[in-house]
Design a protein around this ligand. Structure first.
Ligand code: SF4
Length: 182
């Protein structure tokens, strides 16, 4: 049976930066949970950050209020992938560099995924760790930009398909493909 890595906050764990959860009540996720497929992970907590913790965003330049990542469509490496490449940092609104904890958390998520031969994940959209289609621009003013988080980038680089919680139907179709006999 295919196992699926899922953001802990989507499963109701209160591990977000502000101490809340973002529980998804989607039936698809509930069914997978009942089937025992889900592996819960919170990369930021497993990377050593506390709950609650200051909000953090990916910045292309040091310090708060930086320009943030470039749009993903200009061909440059942005977001979590740029963090992995050392060309972007993860910083709190107060300017503290938390990149190392984010990378450590991503590595732990990958380790869990590889231990269970995971080929797909459903992660919380918008997060600097778990986002897959959108993150925030590093200015802490709520401006979204296309891109993914650090954990998403590391999972994708290792061949794991990442879906956001608003893409569960596509995720279910992908699971069917993985489990259909060739
Ligand atoms: Fe943890 Fe990811 Fe949820 Fe943030 S989005 S609380 S890192 S599981």
């Amino acid at each position: 049976m295919e196992r699926i890595l899922v953001s802990a906050c989507l499963l109701g764990r209160p591990v977000r930066y502000d101490g809340t959860a973002k529980r998804s009540d989607d039936e698809i996720l509930a069914n997978w949970r009942a089937e025992g497929r889900l592996l819960s992970c919170c990369p930021e907590v497993s990377g050593g950050l506390p709950v609650p913790r200051p909000p953090a965003e990916i910045s292309s330049a040091p310090g708060p209020g930086s320009a943030g990542p470039l749009p993903a469509d200009d061909g440059s490496v942005t977001g979590g992938a740029a963090v992995l490449d050392g060309t972007a940092q993860v910083r709190t609104a107060g300017g503290i560099d938390v990149t190392a904890a984010f990378v450590r958390g991503a590595e732990q998520a990958l380790e869990v995924a590889q231990r269970y031969a995971v080929r797909m994940a459903v992660l919380k959209e918008g997060s600097p760790s778990c986002g897959s289609g959108r993150i925030y621009d590093g200015s802490f003013t709520g401006i979204p930009v296309p891109g993914g988080g650090v954990t998403t980038a590391l999972l994708q680089r290792n061949g794991i398909r990442v879906f956001g919680e608003d893409q569960l139907e596509a995720a279910a179709a992908f699971l069917d493909e993985l489990e259909s006999p060739h």
